[in-house]
Design a protein around this ligand. Structure first.
Ligand SMILES: [Ca+2]
Ligand SMILES: [Ca+2]
Ligand SMILES: [Ca+2]
Length: 504
């Protein structure tokens, strides 16, 4: 598939100008969006976030978060979910606007086994059976990791900035992992020598969305802030989070003087790569050869709702430098036509320059957002990734608006992406033309669309790095078994499923 994309890319080399009048809409996230990666979940990017740190006193830092391994059932033992020792996880930063990464943070994992004679896995009774800290011998399969910083002009191996760091075990239950966050979660946040922090481990899936949207946009509450069902409720995800000083990311390695400083904006995306060759033998495997990118994520849901099925795998292998290959497929975004068909609303006509700006070229200085919002040093070719203006002041946690820019909060999406941002609602409205950039359609219902889920049911984010909540505990009723109890206490609108499995 990579060759196919390459071929298409070569054939379309002159199409970048056409692409500048096309559209890359996005809806939400990226959980198993393409055929190949849906069968390779341990390398599957689910969400990427980039924002100035909102923890008190950390305004001088940027937090980068890459989530992987979707929809983890918390009770999935005795192995649970670890990062894949055979994969290379990366967060990439372009600070020159050419679609090529200038700085890459690389994460590689190694799993040890304390006691191979137990029938259990990640935990067992080597001592008292309680995992009380990260080096407790009852943590039977601890995973350590290295962090490298690679600069494009600084040598292929880059600089080792941390090694031997431990990931916490799964949140197994009150007997094995009591006081999880105090004993295991927070101690797995490590300080880096540049003043930043790093964490890798399982967290609550904060990304809330009613995935019923894939039932032909069958939204339960398309114009309300409640009434949807969070499909990721109770599930976990594997998080890599790193916090670095602003000047570690910008071109020229300086804190930008203000939002219009030409070096203020950085492009951010995350990837996973595998070795080209896997050799299986009875009960063993070896992985060799060059790294090849198998997963990619910048803006949420681009591959999910923009890229045609036959090219979804290829897109996961592409670098943003080659994004012109997507040109012919996004001139008239299918999702916008679907919104028109399903809701009968008027949508802006193609070509959608508004969406190009939001997702592929950056938003220029304009009356709505003020100075140099996410415009970037640019080579004139669209590159799809998050664009973070590192000089836009943070919005304090208590004042954050989940709708980001659309809610009047210019520090949020599409300026980078905070974990707080309700990108499903934002993107639905953007694709429907319900934004100030398309005044003719910036009206109800276009600018009211959403999935009816406006908050994470597990609770608000932490006010400190890594922001995402501790993982849901394994020794709890399965998510699907909670519905009846909750239905009584929440709302009469909760669906009742008949004997055919259909919602009445
Ligand atoms: Ca670059
Ligand atoms: Ca959640
Ligand atoms: Ca929502």
């Amino acid at each position: 598939m990579k060759n196919l994309a390459k071929k298409i890319g070569e054939g379309l080399i002159g199409l970048s100008m056409i692409f500048s009048t096309s559209a890359i809409p996005a809806l939400a996230s990226s959980h198993s969006e393409a055929p190949l990666i849906s069968m390779d979940r341990f390398a599957d990017n689910t969400d990427t976030y980039a924002f100035r740190s909102v923890e008190a006193g950390r305004e001088g830092f940027v937090t980068l978060i890459a989530n992987y391994i979707p929809l983890q059932e918390p009770s999935g033992g005795p192995q649970w979910f670890r990062f894949d020792d055979t994969a290379l996880y990366e967060i990439r930063i372009d600070n020159t606007g050419d679609g090529l990464e200038d700085i890459t943070y690389q994460f590689q994992f190694t799993t040890q086994t304390v006691n191979g004679d137990t029938v259990l896995g990640q935990s067992t009774v080597n001592q008292d059976g309680v995992i009380g800290n990260l080096t407790d011998p009852d943590y039977n399969m601890p995973q350590t990791y290295t962090v490298r910083r690679v600069e494009r002009l600084g040598g292929r191996r880059g600089q080792l900035i941390a090694a031997g760091l431990r990931t916490p075990p799964a949140n197994i239950g009150p007997r094995v992992t009591p006081n999880y966050e105090t004993n295991l979660g927070q101690p797995a946040v490590y300080n880096l020598s540049n003043g930043g922090k790093v964490f890798a481990g399982t967290r609550d899936e904060y990304f809330y969305i009613d995935l019923g949207v894939f039932d032909a946009l069958n939204l339960r509450a398309p114009l309300a802030t409640t009434g949807g069902i969070d499909s990721t409720k109770g599930y976990n995800v594997s998080t890599i989070a790193i916090e670095v000083p602003i000047q570690d990311l910008t071109r020229g390695r300086a804190v930008p003087s203000g939002p219009t400083d030409p070096n203020a904006v950085v492009g951010v995306w995350a990837t996973a790569s595998r070795r080209t060759t896997r050799v299986l033998s009875g009960g063993a495997q070896s992985n060799n050869g060059d790294w090849v990118q198998v997963s990619r994520l910048g803006n949420p849901l681009v591959n999910e709702v923009v890229i045609p099925l036959r090219l979804k795998d290829a897109f996961n292998g592409l670098s943003p430098v080659n994004d012109a290959v997507a040109a012919p497929f996004v001139l008239d975004p299918e999702l916008a036509r679907l919104l028109n068909a399903v809701f009968g609303i008027t949508i802006p006509p193609a070509p959608r320059n508004d969406l190009v700006a939001i997702f592929a070229t950056g938003i220029p200085v304009n009356a709505v957002t003020g100075p140099n919002y996410t415009t970037f040093l640019s080579d004139g070719i669209p590159h799809e990734y998050l664009r973070l203006n590192t000089a836009i002041p943070i919005t304090p946690i208590g004042s954050i608006n989940r709708l980001g820019l659309l809610g009047g909060d210019v520090a949020g999406f599409p300026n980078g992406r905070r974990v707080h941002d309700d990108v499903t609602d934002i993107a639905l409205r953007a694709v429907a033309g319900g934004t100030p950039f398309t005044p003719a359609t910036n009206q109800a219902p276009n600018n009211m669309l959403g999935d009816g889920v406006s908050a994470n049911p597990e609770g608000p984010l932490l006010t400190r790095f890594p922001y995402l909540l501790p993982p849901n505990q394994g020794n709890q009723p399965r998510t699907s078994n909670q519905t009846l109890t909750e239905g009584k206490s929440r709302t009469s609108k909760l669906p009742i499923v008949d004997e055919q499995g259909d919602v009445k």
